[in-house]
Design a protein. Structure first.
Length: 307
C-alpha cells in the first residue's frame, strides 16, 4: 500500500496538536493510503515536544523532528520534506486552518486527473485586519508582475504532492528559502482548490504584521532581480533630471542673472536625492546579504531530537 506523509510544522502549538491529530485522523480514516504523521518542532518554548512524545508513544504512525532552536517555518517545512518517506506528501498547519477533509479530494485529483500537486488558496481573509489584507493583496500583485514563478493570490502552504515533486524541492537546498516561490519554480502540474478562511482552533498566530512584511520582502528578493533594475532606472532618471536642471539654471543665469532664491528648496532637493541613494543602496545591500548567507554554507536547521 502506498503511503502519505503529513508534514506539520509546529511552534508553541501544545493546545492545537491533539485537536489536529483527532480531526485529521477522522478525516483520513477511509483513504486507501497508509498515513504517517511527521511533526516538526521548531524550537517551541511550551510543552509542544512533550505532547509529541506522548502522541508518538500512543501511535506508531506519529513521528517528530525537534530542532535545537527556532529556525522558522521555512526550515521546518524543508526538514519535513527531507525527512518524509511517503509516496505522497502533504504540508499542513497544526491550527486546523488547513481543512484536513480536503485531502481525500486532493488525492483523487492527483490519481484520477493526472496532477502532480494539488494546492489550496484562500478566497477571502475574514478575521484579518484590513491593512494586513491590503498589504497581502499588494504583495501577490507585485509578485505576479515581477517574479517568474506561478504565484496565485491567497496561496497557502497547504498542498498534497507526489514524491517526484518533493524530491525536486529537496534538491533546492538554498539557505534563504521562500517555499511559495519554490513550489512554483520547480514546475509540475498543479491544481488549485479555493476555500474560505478558517479561524485557529487554539493558540495565537505567530505571524505579526512586521514578520509578514519581512517575509514578503524576502520573497521578492529571492525570486526577482526587478528591484535592482528599478534602482538603476531611478538613478538614470534623476541623472537626466539633474542634467536638464543644470542646463536650465545656466540659461537662466545668462538671460536673467543669477538671483539667490534661498536655501530651503536646495535642502529639500538634497534630502530627497540622498533618500533615493540610500534606498538604492539598501536594495543592493539586501541582495548582498542574501548572497553572504548562502556563501557561509550554514545548515538550514539543526536536529536535537527525532523519532
Amino acid at each position: 500500500m502506498e503511503k502519505c506523509t503529513i508534514i506539520v510544522p509546529c511552534y508553541n502549538e501544545e493546545e492545537a496538536i491533539p485537536l489536529f491529530y483527532e480531526a485529521t485522523s477522522e478525516a483520513l480514516k477511509d483513504m486507501p493510503l497508509e498515513i504517517e504523521y511527521l511533526f516538526i518542532n521548531d524550537g517551541s518554548r511550551d510543552k509542544t515536544l512533550d505532547v509529541l512524545r506522548e502522541l508518538s508513544e500512543k501511535d506508531s504512525r506519529v513521528h517528530f523532528v525537534s530542532f535545537s532552536r527556532n529556525f522558522g517555518k521555512e526550515a521546518a517545512m524543508y526538514a519535513g520534506l527531507k525527512e518524509s518517506t511517503g509516496d505522497y506528501v502533504a504540508i499542513m498547519d497544526a491550527d486546523l486552518q488547513d481543512p484536513p477533509e480536503l485531502i481525500p479530494g486532493m488525492y483523487e485529483s492527483i490519481t484520477n486527473e493526472g496532477y502532480d500537486c494539488v494546492a489550496t488558496r484562500r478566497v477571502d481573509r475574514k478575521g484579518e485586519p484590513p491593512i494586513r489584507s491590503a498589504f497581502a493583496n499588494m504583495f501577490y500583485f507585485i509578485m505576479h508582475i515581477i517574479a517568474k514563478v506561478d504565484m496565485v493570490p491567497g496561496a497557502r502552504d497547504f498542498r498534497l504532492m507526489k514524491r517526484t515533486m518533493v524530491d525536486a524541492i529537496v534538491e533546492m537546498g538554498e539557505y534563504n528559502r521562500f517555499s511559495k516561490g519554490i513550489f512554483g519554480w520547480v514546475g509540475f502540474d498543479t491544481k488549485w482548490i479555493p476555500y474560505e478562511n478558517r479561524k485557529r482552533v487554539a493558540g495565537k498566530t505567530k505571524w505579526s504584521f512586521f514578520k509578514l512584511f519581512q517575509y514578503s520582502i524576502e520573497g521578492i528578493v529571492a525570486f526577482s532581480t526587478a528591484p535592482l533594475v528599478w534602482s538603476s532606472l531611478i538613478g538614470m532618471f534623476f541623472c537626466l533630471l539633474a542634467f536638464a536642471a543644470l542646463i536650465f539654471l545656466f540659461i537662466r543665469a545668462l538671460v536673467f542673472g543669477d538671483p539667490v532664491d534661498g536655501w530651503p528648496s536646495l535642502a529639500c532637493m538634497i534630502t530627497f536625492f540622498a533618500g533615493i541613494q540610500l534606498f538604492s543602496v539598501g536594495i543592493i545591500g539586501m541582495y548582498m546579504s542574501k548572497t553572504y548567507l548562502e556563501v557561509k554554507g550554514r545548515p538550514i536547521y539543526i536536529v536535537k531530537e527525532k523519532k
